[in-house]
Design a protein around this ligand. Structure first.
Ligand code: FAD
Length: 459
């Protein structure tokens, strides 16, 4: 534990006094549930105690106590992160926001939802869609919560048209480790009033403040969603077609790419066959429109562009069931690949024009080291997911090369999963030292005792 304080009996008593005995957990089984996230190879660190506050004042009191006693606090919402961000590597208090799961308000006039940090995406979708409104962010894992989405700046399969979480957060309520509550932003859509602290907290991975509430921008739910499955002879033709789709005057909601190797694994996982299973690569393009006729026209235009650029065919399912089944192949890639063997996962982002070059270079690295790398991802926004198999030592060398390649192409270490502790080494190696220095200074202002999620991002 080094310089940190311990969760003594006295501290436990005080925690129980703050959140109630029923919300403080020290039994092994419960601690174990919170000892890892959804990282491909879970690395377990047991917290000393799990605390589940039910409101912001309780969060404030827990943080004030932890700050006084210098006990590490790891915030966690859904625990679906992929970089070890919510793993309590310095033990201490695991602060689970799961009981703060109230949808405070869906404000139909301002197109805004106000929600607590522990609200799951699934519950948010249900609440806003029942009023004909729409929260377009779709990171795929519906048990993820708004607190975690905000803290990682989650992206997902609709980012080409709508952007990432950052584009939808208008304001936050957050508790600082020094024992203060701040409310940033508001129900308004413009802001030019000093430093934008909302945006600073987004993507801060629980290292600056505990997010307790978010004000989210909503839009109107589109009537029609089309899904196009486009098989190609090879992955490069598929990816090179993406900028051409984006230039044809239509903005798809998302453009995903997948390779045959990945499809084979997910076919076995789901126990059903994928259409055109013999093709080498696929684009899955998602479109949204106000009317069927408009969706039909858009799909036709995208199909023409793809056929002119080497597509084998274009499949446009017309039932909701068939659309869902196609999307499921993409959404289940991660659990399917996770079960396939020990691996590392990277989510490098590069300028969209360079995805094909990046993937080409990654394939060469894979050949050089003789280890399989399965690539797929959000082709429409330059975010490539890479699953590396093989022995750990080789994987680390390959990761180093891949991150170096991404950086040399003007990219970044992570497009949406965050740095956590898993990518820290590479983040530090490939990020400008001046910027790291500034980040560390910001961290000290928010958290002078370094109790909040220590050891993450750069700690
Ligand atoms: C099958 C699968 C598919 C996925 N697909 C995508 C995808 O397409 N796009 C994408 O972006 N992600 C994806 N993810 C990753 C994950 O769902 C996201 O990172 C999500 O945003 C995490 O939310 P969470 O509530 O589970 O956060 P957690 O795992 O609980 O925490 C993640 C990070 O946020 C911090 N944190 C959590 N809550 C708070 C809070 N209230 N205040 C301050 N900090 C907090 C934690 O300390 C940690 O650093 C996927 C995960 C899985 C398992």
């Amino acid at each position: 534990m080094g310089k940190y304080g311990r969760v003594t009996k006295k501290v436990l008593g005080r925690l129980k006094g703050i959140v109630g005995e029923e919300n403080v957990f020290t039994v092994r089984d419960e601690l174990e549930k919170y000892s890892c996230d959804e990282m491909p190879v879970p690395k377990r660190f047991m917290p000393e105690v799990v605390v589940k506050p039910e409101n912001t004042v309780e969060v404030l009191k827990v943080l004030s106590l932890a700050n006084k006693e210098k006990i590490p606090v790891t915030p966690r919402s859904g625990g679906t992160g992929l970089s070890g961000g919510s793993v309590p590597i310095h033990r201490g208090i695991l602060l689970s926001l799961e009981k703060m799961n109230r949808i405070v308000e869906v404000d139909e006039e301002n197109f805004v939802a106000v929600v607590e940090a522990g609200v799951t995406l699934l519950d948010l979708y249900k609440a806003v869609e029942s009023k004909g409104l729409y929260y377009p962010l779709y990171p795929g894992e519906l048990s993820a919560c708004i607190g975690g989405n905000v803290a990682t700046n989650a992206g997902g399969m609709r980012a080409v048209k709508y952007g990432v979480t950052r584009s939808f957060v208008l304001g936050l309520e957050a508790v600082l480790p020094i024992g203060e509550i701040i409310e940033t932003g508001g129900k308004f859509v413009k802001f030019s009033s000093g430093y934008d602290l909302t945006q600073l907290l987004i993507g801060s991975e629980g290292t600056l403040a505990v997010i307790t509430k978010a004000i989210l921008r909503l839009t109107v739910k589109p009537k029609v969603r089309s899904v196009l499955l486009i098989p190609f002879k090879n992955v490069f033709d598929a990816i090179k077609t993406v900028p051409k789709i984006l230039r044809c005057g239509i903005t798809p909601v998302g453009v995903e790419f997948m390779e045959k190797d990945a499809i084979k694994i997910v076919e076995d996982y789901l126990g059903r066959r994928f259409p055109y299973g013999e093709a080498e690569a696929f684009l899955l393009t998602i479109l949204e429109a106000g009317e069927e006729s408009e969706a039909y026209k858009m799909a036709g235009k995208v199909a023409d562009v793809c056929m002119e650029n080497g597509a084998v065919d274009v499949l446009i399912p017309d039932t909701e069931k068939a659309k869902r089944e196609l999307l499921e192949f993409r959404e289940k890639l991660y659990p399917a690949l996770k079960g396939f063997g020990e691996m590392d996962l990277a989510d490098v982002v590069v300028p969209r024009s360079l995805i094909a070059h990046f993937v080409e270079a990654v394939k060469k690295v894979s050949e050089k080291y003789g280890i399989p790398i399965i690539v797929y991802g959000h082709a429409g926004d330059g975010n490539v997911h890479l699953h590396l198999y093989g022995d750990k030592k080789t994987r680390l060398k390959v990761l180093e090369e891949i991150y170096g390649l991404g950086k040399s192409m003007g990219g970044a270490i992570s497009g949406e999963h965050g740095v956590g502790f898993e990518k820290k080494k590479f983040f530090l190696r490939f990020t400008d030292k001046k910027q790291i220095g500034l980040m560390k200074k910001i961290k000290r202002v928010f958290d002078p005792n370094n109790i909040l999620n220590p050891g993450k991002i750069f700690g």
